[in-house]
Design a protein around this ligand. Structure first.
Ligand code: SF4
Length: 389
């Protein structure tokens, strides 16, 4: 029996390693709306039990490879139209230059991001591919990933809904990959809802990608976007959907919980940001549903209070770049890494720099990739402090 006994039997059971049911989570949520402290404490106990005093991050450079996108999500400011000044079509030379700069800054991760199947909709994308000598965006990503490895950076690709064969190819060079589930709700794809014009965000499509990543044993990052008009039931269903996949394949290496922030040039510009208390409850619910999962919130999206999330169950800050903007949330710059280090310490945690793959998943990648990592790796599977500090 744990020292701390809660009024809630379900919370006590969770501390004794008993899985929590869907109904229990709903009940815990209902209680937490008025008084969240027991939930927060329980998630913190689990976090300490499985992750000790460590909080991790990945020192990255964000490669905005191509931001043309065939879909339109109502909250997205990342995607560009061909006439917009924010259009990004990186040439091979630009990729190489940014890789060299990232190496100079001692970044570890090369985050490669694209819009959804840009060449399917835009002639500009097809021209860009041809000019650079490729037939598809994925071919280009494979080339960029090889360049990254040659430079001493480790690729993590997030290019939306890739098919099985494409992911299989990218696994050879990418130590991990990512695709956000966003939410498992079909309702959010209906007319007037944020994913109505984004067929790639159909829950079935996203779940299939994650399922394929499981079959391929790719260390996978996924997550949920919180505050886009969903109900709490839809959030809980989404967390359970991720848990189910992970129970089946064991390859979900981390879950990102991203709080919605309205963007001025989007349809959802007048919607409120995700409420912080609600967001914290969602973070804690994720921890009690998946006690051992790596749970991440991006610190730049809660600039004044990110360190307070350390006491509601998170153990990772995600990628932080010392040189490139967050192109998905360009109005929120990343905090300086030494500030994050300082704030984590003040809250009682040790900041460690991880690879884009967590140590628990090292056996999922090839020996070639492991050998390359070993150059800057310490005995715990993190990045040597003298390299990133
Ligand atoms: S969120 Fe992704 S899929 Fe949706 S519009 Fe933006 S780039 Fe396209």
């Amino acid at each position: 029996m744990h020292d701390l006994v809660f009024d809630s039997e379900s919370l006590n059971n969770i501390l004794e390693n008993k899985p929590v049911s869907r109904q229990e989570v709903s009940d815990i949520y209902q209680k937490a709306i008025d008084s969240p402290n027991d939930l927060f404490s329980a998630s913190q106990i689990l976090r300490k039990k499985y992750k000790k005093n460590t909080v991790t991050f990945s020192k990255k450079a964000f490669f905005n490879i191509i931001n043309l996108c065939k879909d339109t999500c109502s909250y997205c400011t990342y995607k560009a139209e061909p006439t917009e000044t924010k259009l990004s079509l990186m040439s091979k030379q630009q990729i190489l230059e940014l890789l060299l700069l990232a190496k100079k800054y001692r970044c570890v991760e090369a985050l490669f991001v694209t819009g959804e199947q840009p060449e399917q909709k835009y002639q500009e994308a097809r021209d860009w591919l041809r000019e650079n000598g490729f037939k598809t965006t994925v071919e280009y990503l494979i080339h960029a990933s090889e360049l990254a490895l040659d430079t001493g950076l480790f690729p993590h690709t997030n290019a939306g809904n890739l098919n099985y064969e494409e992911m299989k190819e990218l696994k050879k060079t990418n130590v991990s990959m990512g695709v956000m589930l966003e939410n498992v709700s079909e309702r959010l794809t209906e007319r007037g809802m944020p994913h109505h014009l984004a067929s790639s965000k159909r829950p079935k499509a996203r779940l299939e990608i994650l399922e394929n990543s499981g079959k391929l044993d790719i260390p996978m990052t996924t997550g949920i976007l919180v505050g886009i008009g969903e109900t709490i039931d839809e959030i809980i269903d989404s967390i359970f959907a991720i848990k189910k996949l992970n129970d089946k394949y064991g390859n979900i290496q981390e879950v990102i919980l991203q709080n919605f922030q309205p963007k001025q040039d989007t349809k959802m510009r007048n919607e409120p940001s995700a409420d912080e208390k609600y967001f914290k409850i969602v973070v804690s619910l994720s921890r009690i549903i998946m006690p051992q999962m790596n749970i991440q919130i991006p610190p730049n999206l809660s600039p004044r209070s990110y360190q307070s999330f350390l006491s509601v169950g998170i153990n990772d800050w995600g990628g932080i770049s010392p040189l490139t903007p967050d192109f998905v949330n360009p109005e929120f710059s990343w905090p300086e890494i030494n500030k994050v280090d300082e704030n984590s310490k003040k809250a009682g945690f040790d900041l460690k720099c991880r690879f884009p793959i967590y140590p628990e998943y090292f056996s999922s990648i090839s020996k070639e990739l492991r050998d390359k990592m070993s150059v800057i790796e310490n005995e715990d599977g993190f990045v040597k402090e003298e390299y990133w500090k």
